[in-house]
Structures are given as C-alpha cells and as structure tokens.
Design a protein around this ligand. Sequence first.
Ligand code: PGA
Length: 264
Amino acid sequence: MTRPWPRRPRLVAGNWKMHKTAPEAAALARELVMLVGGARPRCEIALCPPFPALSAVGEALRGSPLHLGAQNLHPATHGAFTGEVSGLMLAALGCRFVIVGHSERRHGMGENDELVAQKLRAALRDGLTPIVCVGEILAEREADRTAEVLVRQTQAAYAGLDSAAALATVIAYEPVWAIGTGRVATVEQAREAHQILRATLDRVVGQGTAARTGILYGGSVNAANAAALFADEEVDGALVGGASLESASFWRIASAASSATEAG
Ligand code: PGA
C-alpha cells in the first residue's frame, strides 16, 4: 500500500484529459523538465497524460522530480475487462498518482459513488496515490446543496478506511461548474468547501486526519488566479486541466505553489 505523506502535501497535478499523442506529450514533459532545471521544486508536481502517452512521458520524466500520474483505473488487478487498465499496470509503468472519480467520469461515464470508492481502494492496494475528485454541479450549488453533495461523496469514498489509508490519498475539490468554463471558484468558495471536506474526513476516518490530508482545488485554475488560491491555507494545490496543456502556464502555476510553500 502507498505510504502516507510525511507532511501535508502541496501538489500541482496536470490533468491532460484526452489531449496529446505520445510524441506531443513527451515533448511537453521534456519542456517542463527543462523549466524545473536542477532546482528541487518546493511542491510536488505530477503530469497525468492519457494512457497511450504514459510510457513516453515516464521516460521523459526519468531522473527529474516530476511525478507520473494516470487519469483512471479499473478496480481489479487483471481480468476480462476489455478496454480497461489496472492500477497494477499503471504502477508498473512508474505511475505515482491516479485521478479517481473525476466529474467527467462521474457525470459523463456513469461512475457512481460506489465505483469511485472501489477505485480509491484499488489505487491504494496497487501502490498508487489516488487524487479523489469530489464536487457539486451548478444546479446543486444553486439549490444550496453543495455541502450535502460533498459530504455524501466524501463519506462514500472514505467510509471504512483507517487514518493511515486516508493519509495516503489526496482530495481534489472540483466544482463541476468551474471545470473548463473559465469560471473559477472564489477563494471563499474553495475555502468553505475544503473546510466541509476536512470536517467530513475527520468524522468518517478519524479526528486529526484532515489536518494532514492534502486538498487541491480544481476548475479553471490558470497562471493568473493560482497564487490567490494557494495563499489560502485551506488550499494545498491544484488539479489543472486546460492550463496544464502548455508548459509556460503550467510552470507558472507550479511556481506559485512553490512560493506559497515558502511563504507558509
Ligand atoms: P480545467 O479542468 O482546469 O480545464 O477547468 C480541471 C479538471 O478537470 O481537473
């Protein structure tokens, strides 16, 4: 099983979604490795390319402090599951992270809370750090049901896990209305959601867990708005979609997270 983080992690992860062929992805990874140079960034940085590019990106990242991550996994280790990929396979490719329960899978591919919980456990079993996505859709926010949704999704994902297991995960609060829309949550909205997640985690898993669990914000994070989000002590980093597809903007976001670590 994955080891718990030694401290509350600060992480910036790029979710490349269904973008970039293997050669394009490797080129972007090489640009980022160049930007890091010899420096050791003060935050963790992960790149999550599509499955066919994992191997090429892993090769490009070799020897660098950047981590490799995947966007999805199947709960089983192997079997008759045509078109699926297991955590075991991802770990064997050098993946450290895997995104679990992204809203595009919950709402676009019919993944429910139960399946997300299975995937979270499979990731831990296979030695991967799951980035567990939760978040409300616009209609839920407008109906004042944000807290209810966040509590339900977190409870379903974490019920039955002990503190050590939970500490080996990262949560990403991703309001669905903010994803790919250019409409970023305010710092207050992010803080409030993260506080709800922390309270739920402590209740479900055990008191004291949340203070040491990293919670990222995701949804229209870019080079211009990242620093303000990271300045809030509830926000431990970001899951970045669109702005991670280009090295300069992603690097500026990662640098903002590094600076926030130094300041904090
Ligand atoms: P976005 O995507 O940054 O393009 O809004 C975030 C995500 O889906 O993880």
